[in-house]
Ligand binder design. Structure first.
Ligand code: PLP
Length: 377
């Protein structure tokens, strides 16, 4: 195991209280929530309590929360059903989305021949909303799919403004909020977001479970067919312990949100200070002017030769430090990240960039370990 885990945008350590909750549910509530006997009904209560908890934490209604196996599934489902069942003829998205959106959009174009338009990106990798307004001036049934927080740069989209723009143009708005749920507050009842997706393992919950917020009375259809689970939206026996773990994790995240944000922000400032001292000339990818990048993600370009790019992660790993280069699925590969490719000038793409992503479990010692390991590269 790594001594300093600084890759929290890839996944997070499961909170001990979440593990305890899951173990409790696995041993006490093993019933199938669809069974009508008491054992089944008990499991159903756990499931529906979790749904209510999650809904209340993001100010949604319980019926608007659909459990899925992960963020990827939730993104696939919403985009696919918007095309197939809601008959959108155009998707507006961005080239900086996570692959679960990027590749689904490409598939929808291939399968259904819909039009796909990509909104221009700002230097931090977030969508340029002025360009979105322009694209939406064409009157075509449209789904806009834009992520809230970019998993590689920490660029933040103003989803309230994006939602208003979509609403005014009569377009549906989906936001992949996998990196932000549990880390900022949401008030979905009073927002113009039609669909939002989240994943438990990004907020100290278990892997293999996520959820979609689908605004009530939106006639999506299932992607997975079978039984009547999740009101027929998502067939398959529910992973009750995973769902209970996710609800507990979200509850814990919101209970300590302010303190955690403060702690993580101070660690980030310490990291930037140490980089300034030890690596003058380093750069924060995506930073320009007064742009505020998300508090737990920092993507840096180091003033080191390109020959170090391929080995840097391996070297840090050997020293006990876990960070990521670009997005998780590309860790260890020397293929440049698709997001950095979009926002960096050509001569910087091959240089060593690292994504350092923090959680409230991190300490100053973790940062010191990283800096010492980087000095030895
Ligand atoms: N969207 C974003 C922005 C992500 O960062 C990730 C995971 O890295 C996903 C979607 C996919 O989530 P999951 O791992 O639950 O499939």
């Amino acid at each position: 195991m790594n001594k300093a885990y600084l890759d929290n945008a890839s996944t997070t350590a499961i909170h001990p209280e979440v593990i305890a909750e899951m173990v409790r549910v696995m041993s006490d509530n093993y019933g199938n929530p669809s069974s009508t006997h008491a054992t089944g009904r008990n499991a159903k209560v756990v499931l529906e309590t979790a749904r209510k908890t999650i809904a209340s934490l993001i100010n949604a209604e319980a019926r608007e929360i659909i459990f899925t196996s992960c963020g990827t599934e939730a993104n696939n489902w919403i985009i696919r059903s918007a095309v197939k069942d809601l008959k959108v003829q155009r998707i507006i998205s961005s080239r900086a989305e996570h692959h679960s959106v990027l590749n689904t959009v490409i598939m929808m174009k291939a399968e259904y021949g819909i039009e796909v338009q990509y909104v221009n990106l700002l230097p931090d990798g977030s969508a340029d909303l002025t360009h979105l307004v322009k694209l939406l001036s064409e009157n075509v049934p449209t789904l806009v799919s834009l992520m809230h927080v970019n998993n590689e740069t920490g660029g933040v989209l103003d989803i309230e403004r994006a939602g208003r723009i979509c609403k005014q143009a009569g377009a549906l708005f989906h936001t992949d909020a996998v990196q932000s749920v549990g880390k900022v507050k949401f008030d979905l009842q009073n927002s113009n977001v039609d669909f939002l997706t989240a994943s438990a393992h990004k907020f100290h919950g278990p892997k293999g479970v996520g959820f979609a917020f689908v605004r009530k009375n939106t006639p999506l259809q299932p992607m997975i067919f079978g039984g009547e689970q999740e009101k027929g939206f998502r067939a398959g026996t529910e992973a009750v312990h995973q769902v209970a773990g996710m609800a507990r994790a979200l509850q814990l995240s919101y209970e300590t949100l302010e303190a955690d944000r403060e702690h993580i922000t101070s660690l980030k400032n310490y990291l930037l200070g140490q980089l300034e001292i030890n690596f003058p000339g380093y750069k924060v990818n995506g930073k320009s002017g007064n742009t505020e990048l998300f508090y737990n993600i920092t993507n840096i370009l180091l003033p080191l030769g390109e020959e170090k790019t391929a080995m840097i992660l391996f070297h840090l790993d050997m020293k006990g430090v876990a960070v990521s280069r670009g997005s998780a699925c590309q860790s260890g590969s020397i293929r440049p990240s698709h997001v950095l490719r979009e926002i960096l000038p050509e001569d910087e793409i091959g240089k060593p960039s690292l994504r350092i992503s923090l959680s409230h479990f991190n300490t100053k010692e973790d940062i010191d370990l990283l800096i010492d390991a980087l000095k030895a590269v």
